[in-house]
Design a protein around this ligand. Sequence first.
Ligand SMILES: [Zn+2]
Length: 490
Amino acid sequence: MNKKAIAVTASVAALSAANAVRAAMYKPEKRELKPYIAEEVDIERFKKNLSDAIKIPTIAEKSPDDMNWEPFERFHAFLKERYPLVHAHLSLEEPVQGSLLYRWKGKRDDLDPIALLSHQDVVPISEGTWEDWTYPPFDGYDDGEFIWGRGALDMKNHLIGVMESVESLLAEGFEPVRDVYLCFGHNEEVMSSEHSGAIAMCRYFKERGIHLDCVIDEGGAILPVNIKGVIDAQLAGIGIAEKGYADFTVSVNAKGGHSSQPPKHSAIGELAEVIRDIENHQFKSELSPMIMELFDSIGRRTSYPVRMVLCNMPVLKPVIKKVMEMIPPAASLIRTTTGVTMASGSPAPNVLPQKASVNVNFRMYPGETVEDVMKHLKKVIRNKNVEIVCEPGWKNPSKISPTDSRCFDALRDICSCMNPKSIIAPYLVMGGTDACHYEDVCENIYRYSPFLVDTSLLLCTHGTNERIPISALADALRFFKLYIRTLSNE
Ligand SMILES: [Zn+2]
């Protein structure tokens, strides 16, 4: 071997050794954990109350005038009947018709209160799909393994879990140090901010000068992450931000006329070019600190030799980004997405369109706004005769909550105490929740539903055969009790 070869071999060996050391050090951070209180839970009562809650079809409408209030009134009476201690010890107000705001007074009023959010409403059953359900969607059927029905995952499970935990803590004589608010909006699913119950509740806090220490709502979940020989863990994804939403209509106008004498390109032909411009110019992607922290938390739990690669995450950033851009679900985590969804043209087969339009749906990444989308469209579409309209109902992305707050630390500790196999990681929520409406009164907003549910089951949310495994209930209840016990303290 010549000198050069020896030098190269030695460098490779040194680098491999350095990498092996790095991989050996690449482990989850050690945390001092307080002893875990083995919370008592009454699963029979939780099951019964969740099943009965699903039987009440609390479906909201965009306008209060179109609302059928009867199921909501029935739901409120149901809560009063099933949770007598909550109703004896907590004050209850309806800041706007339908929304419930409970206040559990704490021992100290100089500390900021905490709030637990949930929505009472559920999405309707899509026409023509009633027959596809194994058990009727509003029967709350309990087959011993699952509780079936609309709202089982989104999110009567969460609301009833919160009520069960407060009732149970009250029965044990627990007294919070801080005020604890339970905020149950009535129209989260209709995405109409104008009459949103969450906005009314946030206004309630603002008007009284109440600043919240932390808010917890739906969004994140616990997912099993099992890849044989690589990782065997449960990922507790805590939503620290949510994406924005906007629909844009992009139209091209033309003369129209009879299709027997068409021009080279009709309005639809021109629009096709426009669509290609839009799709060919995706928004810039970014591996933000939030996403890097998510990968890092998972990477530290992988086994050799995967860990040998993942411990070099910062160096691999460009490769990871490239790969993620090619996989749509992964790409949605790192950029504003562009989805061309609906198109329209002429009303008849033999008529040239006078106007051709397309709807483009954008999910904005935190930091990008609806104005940025408008600017982007104007820049990338070469045809300057297009009409671009931002449709009502848009929502900018949320702010990003910190991962070093008292609340995030507590979430980490509780999840790790309850299950040493947990990976607690920040996460970006794709859909909208009520939580972002609380940004004016709180900086520490987290989206986390403590139910261990398989990804395939999560896909039933808003769909047919929505159901929750009964095995997920006990730990969720323990989580809520520990959460309130910990966070309502100093
Ligand atoms: Zn929901």
